[in-house]
Design a protein around this ligand. Structure first.
Ligand code: SF4
Ligand code: SF4
Length: 350
């Protein structure tokens, strides 16, 4: 067998060395060979697996969006501006303390807390900035385990108060996939996850190619996406937020493969959130939180809806343009398995 067939080497060659990795964390944390160090995925030793989950489930290796959409929503990838949307709302946590702790409308915190209370989920994979936290998920490799002051670490939160503390953490998005990877295979806990769109794609890819040594993707019962324009987390060793170049190839602003997507209420509604409910699971959790009084909602105002649709389409157009600028070939879309008619329509408008 040729060494270039090894999954970890293909990942390095096709994704990391090409500047396509937004450091979603999907390949780190549960693997002894790959870890995160100073804002990069590093290979600690040579893994000889050919069909490794690092490559298979990376959101920047070929991603068939039709297939993923079928598995999540039972329908092909949507050509609508923001994907499959069953309901679009302006919503907020009814408790002012939740809004104050979580910032904005506090919908993510209220939704997770209500879902824990309703027994929809047992725990939330989230991030703490204290490695002394008793619920820290241990990484399986030494580089991923390096933690200094203020280094975000993945934790399992099981109660409302913990959820509020953790979702308010500054670096809350940084390590959730590495944390998920660290959960033992035997665990049957129903999980809530809050992810960026690239992390959502990494998780959804596991549905058809699950790693054998990690907790099952079917345990993720509520997958919430936060709208994302570009990378916005700090890595250990960085002292300011920087834009990751890999984000310029990212098409997904709202997290179109999530159960629910949550963004800000924009300038006019700063203590509210925009909420897009997408899947059956998302609808069940959101309705339960509204019915139980944890969240209040109203239809998303037309101007907010129009602004989010525009932001979403702008990001798609930018991504396809940047990808083609890089490959120099309109038929080489790198990782992006978006249906061709949708790509062509974006190119006409780009
Ligand atoms: S799985 Fe995520 S962190 Fe790993 S190479 Fe792919 S994009 Fe980067
Ligand atoms: S823009 Fe956001 S969702 Fe897209 S790759 Fe970057 S961090 Fe991930």
């Amino acid at each position: 067998m040729e060494t270039q067939d090894y999954a970890s080497l293909r990942l390095r060659d096709e994704v990391i060395d090409k500047g396509l990795c937004p450091l979603c964390g999907g390949c780190a944390g549960g693997c002894p060979y790959l870890g995160q160090y100073k804002g990069k995925i590093v290979q600690l030793d040579c893994c000889t697996l050919v069909d490794g989950s690092c490559y298979r489930n990376c959101p920047r290796t070929y991603t068939d969006l039709d297939a993923l959409s079928q598995s999540v929503f039972g329908q092909p990838f949507s050509s609508d501006e923001m994907g499959v949307v069953r309901g679009a709302y302006l919503a907020r946590a009814t408790e002012p303390t939740v809004r104050a702790a979580a910032g904005g409308g506090g919908v993510v915190a209220a939704l997770l807390a209500a879902s824990l209370g309703a027994g929809i989920i047992d725990a939330v994979v989230t991030t703490s900035v204290s490695s002394d936290d008793p619920e820290v998920l241990p990484a399986r490799n030494p580089v991923g385990a390096l933690a200094g002051d203020e280094t975000p670490v993945p934790v399992l939160a099981r109660g409302k108060d913990e959820v509020l503390t953790h979702v308010a953490a500054v670096h809350r998005m940084a390590r959730v996939l590495a944390g998920f990877n660290s959960i033992p295979k035997e665990s049957g806990e129903a999980l809530g996850m809050v992810c960026l769109p690239c992390q959502v794609a990494s998780l959804r890819k596991r549905t058809s190619g699950p790693p054998d040594s990690r907790t099952g993707i079917e345990n993720v019962r509520l997958l919430i996406a936060e709208f994302c324009a570009a990378k916005r987390w700090l890595e250990p060793g960085e002292d300011r937020q920087v834009t990751n170049k890999a984000c310029s190839y990212c098409w997904d602003y709202t997290g179109e493969l999530a159960d629910i997507s949550v963004g800000s209420g924009r300038a006019k509604f700063q203590d509210w959130n925009a909420v897009l409910v997408r899947s059956e699971a998302g609808m069940r959790a959101f309705e339960a939180a509204c019915d139980g009084g944890a969240i209040e909602r109203q239809p998303l105002p037309d101007e907010n809806l129009a602004a989010e649709k525009k932001a979403s389409m702008d990001k798609k157009r930018r991504a396809v343009r940047n990808i083609i600028d890089t490959t120099g070939d309109r038929n080489n879309m790198l990782y992006l398995g978006m249906p061709r008619p949708i790509v062509d329509a974006l190119l006409v408008e780009a």
